[in-house]
Every structure is written in structure tokens, then in C-alpha cells.
Design a binder for this molecule. Structure first.
Ligand code: NOJ
Ligand code: CA
Length: 560
């Protein structure tokens, strides 16, 4: 008998609304300045009310925290700062009780150098199984085709270890040695960790840094066939024992290179759409839909059981690895006036500050996030328009405490403010007195209320998560218009027309909707009937940065 996850539909992730958060940043229950599982549990009402259906937890395992927990020292426990395994379980049971799924991190490309495996490996004789848990070399000239990812902090992917008297390989920080997937013992240990969490009831795993699992000389050491074999083995092992689980691939690669991570539906069910994200920001700043339509044209079809993961921002920098040099220059110019806003090949800012705190732009981008083909992923705090702190190091500026109210420490913790794991944002525009959950809950026209309404609306229409996409090509390129369509079980169609104005000025648009002749559009937010579609071009006017979602109903359905 397979052990089933909490969701009953095996394709549950297609209809999900994912909310990404760090336990440390969300709510502190015991006043030590660090968020924890009991704190998160106490805030589940908030998440349920917002309408999210899946909570993605950033790494919460024991760790020296030199990469915010992506440097794992023990795969099968909880960092004591965040609580205990039973605190995790209590949180997970409560989430499941509310019909929410739980996604955790599977960081298997590397461990912390404080993991007992690495401590043992550097002491073990060369060639021994313990040593071979990691990738060693007597020279740093191997794998020279592999790029450095953390360009601001690392010069090489090799670091000399004085104890081992050899170089070890690391694609990220030098304190994150890469595991050696050529050693079968690594796979065994990884599977043990996976079973530990899936037995506990975890629904989904985000596979971190997946393109770099295996390295071979003379290649870029990314997306190798051997890496795909590892992923297929993990998926097969999960499918053999468990049901209704999900693997989400973190592969920051061009669309054609991400496609193989879906395999024939036998690798990851989901993968982030990294290249789309910066193009949304480009299209907005250029007031031109082309960056979006171009990247979508390059996006291959994926197997039926698979899904794209869509996001506007996350816990990392807004990555510009998957754009051309010219596009990167443009993005830096347009979105990071202060060099402090840049880190590695990206921009370390939150959604609201990136969009100059312009409510209409924030709504427009969220409307795309919620209506494009895929599953939307929201980053904690962006639903209230939280700001960032560019004076904090690395990516910490977008990882500050959640702003709950205008009390001490934004209601995040009762501790001495000096003790907080990171300072609360306090500037006059984005500071906790101006931007917080409590204030927005009591303001019917707040961004939070708007997000909640939009999420609720999206959940009423399966077409958003499961339907096809067809772009229209009106002459006015400031307008992005597309049809989403889903054939229901009874042969009828759920069809939605989305029209977005990327410009800061009002725009007219004339749409060729001849294929929809006779359909009666209904504006979905207000259930407002629009003129029926005829053979003639369908003409609309859109206010600056506005968007329309129109359900195309068959003639006669609409109440007269
Ligand atoms: C990707 C994660 O999103 C990032 O935060 C981390 O630093 C690297 N992987 C290394 O694990
Ligand atoms: Ca705490």
C-alpha cells in the first residue's frame, strides 16, 4: 500500500496557491527574536484566510546558517532555534487539517562543511567510501567548464582542504561541499532523508540546485544526462512507496534546458519558470509585451502531469542569469539605481520597492502571476507590499521579519529589538508602522484585501491552473492579451480572456476574437456583462496599468 499525502487529487499542485516563507522570519513564539514553528502555527489562520493552499518552508534543519539554512548539518532534524520535530509535526498536522499542503526543501547538491559526513570525509583515507561522499581532486584544474555562481563571494568552485590535503568541489559557497552522486552511498543516504520526511507526511519537496548534481570534465557540469538519471531514480523511489507527492525542480536554466527535468513525466512534476520572471519586469518597464511573448514562444510543451511554477520574487536576488548581457544591463539600469541593490548576477529587492511602491503596477504583475499557465508562488510579505533593507549583507535585505502590526518589533517578537535575527524594516514608506497585516486587514481597499480577493477568484476557475494559453497579437504592443481555455469533462469550455495594459498611460486595443463569435464576456471581478463578441474587432480601452479578466460565456448562459 502506498503512503498517500494529504491531498486526494494526485494533480493537486496544478490548482495550488503556494506561499513561500522562512519559519525564522514569520512569527516568534518564545521571545528569543527568532521565528519558530509554534509561532507559524499561531499564524495559520492568516494564511488560510489569504487563500494559500500550500506552504513552502525554506530550510529549517540544523545548520550553521551561513547560507540561511541551505548549508545543512543534519537532514533529519529541526534547527533547535525553530523548535523540535514534534513542533514541526504539530504545525504540519494543523496545516493538513485546514486542507493545506506542506512543501519542504531537499538540498542534496551539497551539505554544510559542518555535516558529520564532511567532517568524516576530510579525515578518511582517499578512495574510501567515507571520503568519497564528496568530490575531491588533487588539482583545481578539473571541471574548468563550470561557471562560478556566487560571483560576489567565490573565485573558484574548488577549495583546498588542509586536513584532507586535497581540493573539494562546491558550486556555491566554499562552506558548502558538493555531494558525490557517483558514490551509491550518497543516493542511499539521500533516500533515507527523503523517506524520513515523506513518512512524516510532507507533501512536496523543492529540489534545490538540481542542475549541478553530477559533474564531468569537459562539460559545463550542468544538466548532464547523469544528473537526470539521479532525478529519475529519486522519483521512482518516491513513486514506489508514496502517492500524491510532488517534486519541484529549482533549475535556473533556459526553457529548453529546464524541459528535461520534467522527463516523460517521470522526473519532477513541477519546475520554476526562471526565464519568464525577469521578462515580466522588462515588459513592464519597456511598456512592450514582446519580452513576455518571446520567452513564452520559446517555452516548450510539458507532459500532462506537469506544471510550471510561477513567481515574481523569492528569497534570493531577482536572478538575471537567464537573460542576455544587454538585457541584464537594461535590468540593472531600470531596477537597481543604487549598486547596493545588486548581488551576484541579480537584484536584491522586494516586489513593492522594485515597482516604486506603485499599487497599480503591483496589481498588474500579480494579475499576470495569477493568470499565466502554471501555479503561482507568493513570497511572504509581498501580499502587504513589504519593503527591503539594502544595507543588510548578502540576500538578507529581503528576509526581514514579517510585519504583523505597529507594536514593538512589528508584532513579530516580544524580544528586545536588539536581539532580533534581523532588524525590522523601519523607513517611513515601507516600515512596519506604515505596512503591516493588522492595518491592512482593517482597510477594505488595502493590497492585502485585493490579493485575497484575487486568489479567491482564481480558485473558482480551474482554467488558470490547467488550461491552454493562446496569445492574441493586437497592433498595440503595450497590450498583452491572451486566451486561457480548458475543456471540461462534459465537452464544454471554460474560457477566459485576459487583457493587460503594460503602459503608464491609458491604451486602446482592438482584438481579433472572430473564433469566439457570439460569446458573451463577463468581467470576473465584478461579474459585469460586457458587449457580446461579433465578427468585428473587439475594441476595449484600458486605464494605465490596468487589466481585465473576462470569462467568455456561451450565448444564452448570461441571465438577461
Ligand atoms: C538556491 C537557493 O534558493 C539559494 O538561496 C541558495 O543559496 C542556493 N540554492 C544554494 O543552496
Ligand atoms: Ca523563537
Amino acid at each position: 500500500m502506498k503512503k498517500l499525502a494529504s491531498a486526494t487529487d494526485p494533480l493537486w499542485y496544478k490548482d495550488a496557491i503556494i506561499y513561500e516563507l522562512h519559519v525564522r522570519a514569520f512569527a516568534d513564539s518564545n521571545g528569543d527574536g527568532i521565528g519558530d514553528f509554534p509561532g507559524l502555527l499561531s499564524r495559520l489562520d492568516y494564511l488560510q484566510d489569504l487563500g494559500v493552499t500550500c506552504i513552502w518552508l525554506l530550510p529549517f534543519f540544523p545548520s550553521p546558517l551561513r547560507d540561511d539554512g541551505y548549508d545543512i548539518a543534519n537532514y533529519v532534524d529541526v534547527n533547535p532555534s525553530y523548535g523540535t520535530l514534534s513542533d514541526f509535526k504539530a504545525f504540519q498536522d494543523a496545516a493538513h487539517g485546514r486542507g493545506m499542503q506542506v512543501m519542504i526543501e531537499l538540498v542534496i547538491n551539497h551539505t554544510s562543511d559542518q555535516h558529520p559526513w564532511f567532517k568524516a570525509a576530510r579525515l578518511a583515507p582517499p578512495g574510501s567510501a567515507a571520503r568519497e561522499m564528496y568530490v575531491w581532486s588533487s588539482t583545481n584544474k578539473l571541471f574548468e567548464g563550470a561557471r562560478v555562481i556566487f560571483t560576489d563571494s567565490e573565485k573558484s568552485n574548488w577549495t583546498w582542504d588542509v586536513t584532507a590535503k586535497a581540493y573539494y568541489w562546491h558550486r556555491f559557497f566554499s562552506h558548502q561541499p558538493d555531494l558525490n552522486f557517483d558514490n551509491p552511498q550518497v543516493m542511499e543516504e539521500v533516500l533515507k532523508a527523503i523517506r524520513f520526511w515523506l513518512d512524516m507526511g510532507v507533501d512536496a519537496l523543492r529540489m534545490d540546485a538540481i542542475p549541478y548534481l553530477v559533474e564531468r570534465d569537459g562539460t559545463s557540469c550542468e544538466n548532464l544526462p547523469e544528473t537526470h538519471l539521479v532525478v529519475k531514480k529519486i522519483r521512482a523511489a518516491i513513486d514506489a512507496e508514496y502517492g500524491n507527492r510532488l517534486i519541484l525542480a529549482e533549475a535556473n536554466e533556459a526553457p529548453a534546458d529546464v524541459r528535461p527535468y520534467f522527463g516523460d513525466g517521470d522526473e519532477c512534476q513541477m519546475a520554476f519558470h526562471f526565464p519568464l520572471m525577469p521578462r515580466i519586469y522588462m515588459a513592464l518597464r519597456q511598456e512592450d509585451r514582446q519580452p513576455i511573448t518571446d520567452i513564452m514562444a520559446q517555452t516548450p510543451a510539458i507532459p500532462d502531469n506537469c506544471q510550471w511554477g510561477l513567481f515574481l520574487r523569492n528569497h534570493d536576488e531577482l536572478t538575471l542569469e537567464m537573460v542576455t548581457d544587454d538585457e541584464r544591463d537594461y535590468m540593472y539600469f531600470a531596477y537597481s539605481a543604487d549598486p547596493r541593490m545588486r548581488v551576484n548576477a541579480g537584484i536584491r529587492r522586494r516586489l513593492a520597492p522594485l515597482l516604486d511602491n506603485n499599487r497599480r503596477r503591483i496589481e498588474l504583475l500579480n494579475s499576470l502571476l495569477l493568470s499565466f499557465p502554471g501555479t503561482p508562488i507568493l513570497y511572504y510579505g509581498d501580499e502587504i507590499g513589504m519593503g527591503d533593507n539594502i544595507y543588510l549583507g548578502d540576500r538578507n535585505g529581503v528576509r526581514t521579519p514579517m510585519q504583523w502590526n505597529s507594536d514593538r518589533n512589528a508584532g513579530f517578537s516580544k524580544c528586545d529589538p536588539a536581539r532580533l535575527y534581523l532588524p525590522i524594516v523601519m523607513d517611513p514608506i515601507y516600515g512596519y508602522q506604515a505596512v503591516n497585516v493588522e492595518a491592512q486587514l482593517s482597510d477594505q481597499s488595502s493590497l492585502l484585501h485585493w490579493m485575497r480577493n484575487m486568489i479567491a477568484l482564481r480558485k473558482l476557475f480551474q482554467v488558470f491552473g490547467r488550461g491552454t494559453l493562446h496569445f492574441l497579437s493586437p497592433a498595440n504592443r503595450k497590450i498583452l492579451a491572451y486566451l486561457r481555455d480548458l475543456e471540461r469533462g462534459d465537452g464544454t469550455h471554460e474560457t477566459v480572456l485576459c487583457v493587460a495594459n503594460l503602459s503608464r498611460f491609458a491604451q486602446p486595443v482592438s482584438l481579433d476574437l472572430a473564433g469566439q463569435n457570439g460569446a458573451e464576456p463577463v468581467e470576473m471581478l465584478g461579474y459585469v456583462p460586457f458587449p457580446a463578441i461579433t465578427e468585428a474587432p473587439y475594441v476595449l480601452s484600458l486605464a494605465p496599468y490596468s487589466f481585465l479578466w473576462l470569462e467568455l460565456q456561451s450565448p444564452g448562459v448570461r441571465p438577461k
